[in-house]
Design a protein around this ligand. Structure first.
Ligand code: SF4
Length: 207
C-alpha cells in the first residue's frame, strides 16, 4: 500500500497566463508572516522520513495543507516561488511547494542554486530577523558550551536554522556554482504545475 504524506490537492499556483491572486495596491504582506505556527514549525522544514510514526506524518500533512491555503491566498506567490526555485535553496514550504518538489522543479529546468536559509527569503518570516551563515558560526565559536536552543535565542532565529547552518558547515559544501539556466517565470510555473499536479488515484506517493 502506498502512503501519502502531503495532501495532493489543487496547486496553490495560478496557471501560466492567468491572473495571480489579488494584485497588491501597496507593498503586499506575505501571508506566512501572520502564520508562524505553520511556517516556523520545525516539522514543515524537516519532513518525517519514510517509516516515521503515522502521527508525525499526519501532522506534517496537516501543516502542508495549511501552508497550501496560505500560499494560495498570498499576493506574492509567483515571485516567492520564482525566488525559491531560481535564487534561494531554502527549506520548508515556500511559494506553494515543498523543498522536495522544488528539487524536482529545478531538475526539470536545469537550475542549480546554493543552499540558503529560509530566513533569507525576504518577507517570509513573521518576527524573526534574518541571520546569515557566518553569524551563526561566529556565535557558535564565541559560546561553544551553550546549547543550540540558547544559540537560537541569541541569534533570534529558529533551532532548525541553527542546526542547518552548523550541518552545512560540517558538510563543507562545494564552492558556489552559478545558475546554469535562468528560466522565465512562465517556465517555472509550468514546471511547478507539472510537479505538484495530483497523481492519479492509486499512484500517489510522498511529496
Ligand atoms: S511562502 Fe511565499 S507564497 Fe507562501 S505565504 Fe509566504 S510569501 Fe506567500
Amino acid at each position: 500500500m502506498t502512503t501519502t504524506l502531503a495532501p495532493r490537492r489543487t496547486s496553490p499556483l495560478p496557471r501560466p497566463g492567468t491572473a495571480a491572486p489579488a494584485a497588491p495596491a501597496r507593498a503586499a504582506a506575505p501571508v506566512c508572516a501572520s502564520s508562524p505556527r505553520v511556517f516556523q514549525d520545525p516539522l514543515l522544514e524537516e519532513p518525517p522520513a519514510t517509516g516515521a510514526p503515522a502521527q508525525d506524518r499526519r501532522r506534517y500533512a496537516d501543516l502542508v495543507a495549511d501552508a497550501q491555503d496560505a500560499c494560495q491566498s498570498c499576493p506574492l506567490v509567483v515571485d516567492c516561488l520564482y525566488r525559491a526555485v531560481v535564487e534561494h535553496d531554502v527549506a520548508g514550504y515556500v511559494g506553494g511547494t515543498t523543498a522536495r518538489q522544488r528539487v524536482e522543479i529545478r531538475r526539470r529546468l536545469g537550475v542549480v542554486v546554493q543552499p540558503e536559509d529560509f530566513d533569507t527569503l525576504a518577507g517570509v518570516l513573521g518576527g524573526s530577523r534574518p541571520v546569515d551563515h557566518d553569524e551563526v558560526l561566529r556565535v557558535r565559536a564565541a559560546h561553544p558550551d551553550e546549547t543550540l536552543e540558547v544559540l537560537a535565542v541569541r541569534l533570534g532565529c529558529s533551532l532548525s536554522t541553527v542546526k542547518r547552518h552548523l550541518r552545512r558547515e560540517r558538510n563543507q559544501p562545494s564552492a558556489p556554482r552559478p545558475v546554469a539556466v535562468r528560466p522565465s517565470r512562465r517556465q517555472v510555473l509550468e514546471a511547478t504545475l507539472a510537479v505538484t499536479r495530483p497523481a492519479p488515484r492509486g499512484h500517489q506517493h510522498a511529496a
